[in-house]
Design a protein around this ligand. Structure first.
Ligand SMILES: Nc1ncnc2c1ncn2[C@@H]1O[C@H](COP(=O)(O)OP(=O)(O)O)[C@@H](O)[C@H]1O
Ligand SMILES: [Mg+2]
Length: 344
C-alpha cells in the first residue's frame, strides 16, 4: 500500500453515524453485527496512502464512503459523525489529533479540496478574477495588483479563453466547466502539497469532463502536487491515475497500480466494477444502478461487506473480515477467496 512513502497515509480509519433506530442483529436471515450504542460504523478501518507527486484514484460506487473519507481528512465531518479509531498521517502529523486552529492553517496552505458542487464553492457576488486574486493575496502575501495579474495569468493557464475578460465575470455568467477551471486555479494558487478532487466533473458535459481531467493531469505535472482523485468511474481512473484504491460500503477492497488492477483484478467487487466498464466500452447501455442495496444490511456485516452481493462468498466471509494482503508488487486485496486459491 506504499504506506512508507505516502504523503497522506490513512490508517484503520473508522467513522460512525447514529443509526436510524434499526437493530442490525435483528435482520432476518443475515448474520449481522449489532449497531453498537445506536451507531452504525460507516467507514470500517479504512487504510490507504496517497503517494508523492502522483495522482491516486479513489473509486467506488455512490455510497461507498469516498466523500466521507475526504471530509475526515479535511476535518469537515458533520457533527453527528464520530471518528472511533485510526489515524490520518500527513507530513508527520496525525490530522485527527490537531485542533481546529491548526487544521485551518493546514487546509489553507497544504491541503485543498475541490468539492462535488463547484458553483456553490465560488462566491456568487464576487468576480472570479477577484476570487482567485484573493487566494494569492491571502496564501502568498501578494499585493492586490500583483495578485490580480497572477490570477489572470493562471486563468489563462487553465485554458480559459480571453482570460482577462472572463476574470471580470461573475460565476453565474460562466459555464459549469469554466467555473470548475476557476476553482482549480484557486486551489493551485494556494500551492497545496495535497489536492483532493471529489468527483470534480459531476454534472458537466462529457467532452468538458475529459478536458478537466487533462487539466488536472497537466497541473499535477507542473506543480508536482499529490492528488487524490475521487470518482465512481473506473474509466477516468484508467486515464488519469497511477495508483488506485477500490472501496465498497466503507471498506477498502483492493489497492493497486492502475495497470495491475486492470490486468489482474483480484477482488470479486473490482472484477464486477471492471465488467461494467467493459460493457460501457462496447457501447451497451447499462443502467447506473448503485450496487449497495441496503445500507442497514451491508453495514451490519461483521466480515466482508461485499458478502451479500458476492457470487463467490464463503461462510467465513460473513463472520471474519479478510485482512488486506499484498499479492503482487504494490497490489493489495482483502478477500478470503484469494487465501483459498493460494492454498490449492
Ligand atoms: N450526514 C450523514 N448522516 C448519516 N449517514 C451518512 C451521512 N453522510 C453519509 N452517510 C452515510 O455514509 C455513506 C457514505 O457516504 P459518502 O461518503 O457520501 O459516499 P460516496 O462519496 O462514496 O458516494 C452513505 O451511504 C450514508 O449511509
Ligand atoms: Mg461522494
Amino acid at each position: 500500500m506504499k504506506q512508507d512513502h505516502g504523503l497522506l497515509r490513512i490508517e484503520n480509519l473508522s467513522v460512525t453515524f447514529p443509526s436510524a433506530g434499526l437493530v442490525l442483529s435483528e435482520i432476518e436471515g443475515l448474520r449481522t453485527g449489532p449497531a453498537r450504542d445506536g451507531k452504525v460504523t460507516i467507514l470500517d478501518e479504512v487504510s490507504f496512502a496517497v503517494g508523492r507527486n502522483e495522482i491516486t484514484g479513489l473509486v467506488g460506487e455512490s455510497g461507498s464512503g469516498k466523500t466521507l473519507t475526504s471530509l475526515t481528512v479535511m476535518g469537515f465531518l458533520p457533527p453527528s459523525a464520530q471518528v472511533t479509531g485510526g489515524h490520518v498521517w500527513f507530513q508527520g502529523m496525525d490530522l485527527l489529533r490537531l485542533g481546529e486552529g491548526e487544521m485551518q492553517r493546514i487546509r489553507g496552505q497544504q491541503i485543498a479540496m475541490i468539492f462535488q458542487s463547484t458553483r456553490s464553492a465560488l462566491n456568487p457576488l464576487m468576480r472570479v478574477g477577484d476570487q482567485v486574486a484573493r487566494a494569492y493575496q491571502i496564501q502568498r502575501g501578494m499585493s492586490p495588483a500583483e495578485a490580480y495579474q497572477q490570477a489572470v495569468e493562471i486563468l489563462g493557464r487553465m485554458d480559459i479563453p480571453q482570460a482577462e475578460r472572463r476574470a471580470r465575470a461573475y460565476p453565474h455568467q460562466l459555464s459549469g466547466g469554466m467555473c470548475q477551471r476557476v476553482l482549480i486555479a484557486m486551489m493551485i494558487a494556494c500551492e497545496p502539497a495535497l489536492l483532493i478532487a471529489d468527483e470534480p466533473t459531476t454534472g458537466l458535459d462529457v467532452t468538458i469532463q475529459a478536458q478537466i481531467f487533462e487539466l488536472i493531469k497537466d497541473v499535477q505535472k507542473a506543480t508536482e502536487a499529490s492528488i487524490l482523485l475521487i470518482t465512481h468511474d473506473l474509466g477516468v481512473i484508467a486515464e488519469t491515475c497511477r495508483y488506485v484504491v477500490v472501496m465498497y460500503a466503507g471498506q477498502v477492497m483492493e489497492t493497486a497500480p492502475v495497470e495491475s488492477l486492470f490486468a489482474r483484478p483480484l477482488h470479486p467487487y473490482t472484477q464486477r466494477l471492471l465488467q461494467s466498464v467493459l460493457r460501457v466500452d462496447r457501447a451497451v447501455e447499462i443502467p447506473q444502478v448503485a450496487m449497495i442495496p441496503s445500507d442497514e444490511v451491508t453495514y451490519g456485516v461483521v466480515g466482508c461487506r461485499f458478502a451479500p452481493r458476492c457470487s463467490l462468498v464463503l461462510p467465513r466471509c460473513w463472520e471474519e473480515r479478510p485482512l488486506i494482503r499484498e499479492w503482487g508488487p504494490e497490489h493489495w486485496a482483502a478477500c478470503h477467496r484469494l487465501d483459498v486459491a493460494n492454498c490449492e
